[in-house]
Ligand binder design. Structure first.
Ligand SMILES: Cc1cc2nc3c(=O)[nH]c(=O)nc-3n(C[C@H](O)[C@H](O)[C@H](O)COP(=O)(O)O)c2cc1C
Length: 198
């Protein structure tokens, strides 16, 4: 027995990020959960990795992204839950949110990043789609900055990053389980062999 929910998006959780941009000459950060991965590795046309960010047009941050064509994606850990939520309930049009954080910059001058976040990506805007009240910004990741304490053997370690997972249904932030559930591209191989009768 199943219940029909209508066209409810059941793809959550998504990571909660702080999108940084330079708006009216000031760094601003907007909490965003509607973020997507568009590819992996260098594309056929030599593109770097691409990411999408869906941001309501009425927000303050889009002005800066459209003006400069640059933005950052900062991944907060569970420790930054209050600041992250704050950036999602207060607009930069009313308050200076940048004073919450220690800022740093990489290659892109209009992509302010947050020192307190374990991982930050600076992105060059490559495309913008208009979708019913939203800008969907497509950014190419120019550089990724990770704190040492977010890495194990030089690789990003989710158990150290401890991202805030967003769920629209419960409207809560969720944490990761302490242990992964299985190995991608491996855990299904046993079933594949079983079905092939091996
Ligand atoms: C957990 C959370 C997730 C959010 N996700 C999005 C989102 O994906 N897209 C969006 O347009 N707004 C989202 N918001 C709302 C904006 O973060 C909020 O309106 C913010 O104050 C806008 O800031 P700005 O006006 O400084 O740009 C989210 C808010 C919270 C608390």
């Amino acid at each position: 027995m199943r219940t029909r929910l209508g066209g409810v998006n059941a793809l959550y959780p998504t990571p909660t990020v702080l999108v940084g941009a330079m708006v009216n000459g000031r760094p601003n950060f907007n909490t965003i959960a509607h973020i997507g991965i568009l590819n992996y590795g260098p594309g056929a046309e030599g593109a770097r990795e691409l990411i999408s960010v869906a941001m309501a047009r009425r927000h303050f941050t889009p002005q800066g992204i459209r003006e400069h064509g640059q933005f950052s994606i900062n991944v907060p850990s569970e420790d930054l839950i209050r600041e992250t939520d704050f950036c999602g309930v207060v607009s930069g049009a009313k308050e200076d949110k940048s004073s919450l954080f220690t800022l740093f910059y990489g290659e892109l001058p209009a992509a302010p990043m947050i020192e307190e976040c374990p991982v930050c990506m600076e992105c060059q805007l490559v495309d913008t789609y208009e979708v019913k009240g939203y800008h969907v910004f497509i950014g190419e990741i120019v550089e990724t900055h990770a704190r040492e304490d977010a890495l194990t053997d030089g690789k990003l370690d989710l158990s150290k990053i401890r991202p805030l997972l967003f769920d629209m249904s419960s409207r809560k932030y969720w944490g990761l389980r302490p242990e992964p559930v299985g190995d991608c591209w491996r855990i299904g191989v046993g079933l594949k062999k079983e079905r092939q009768g091996k």
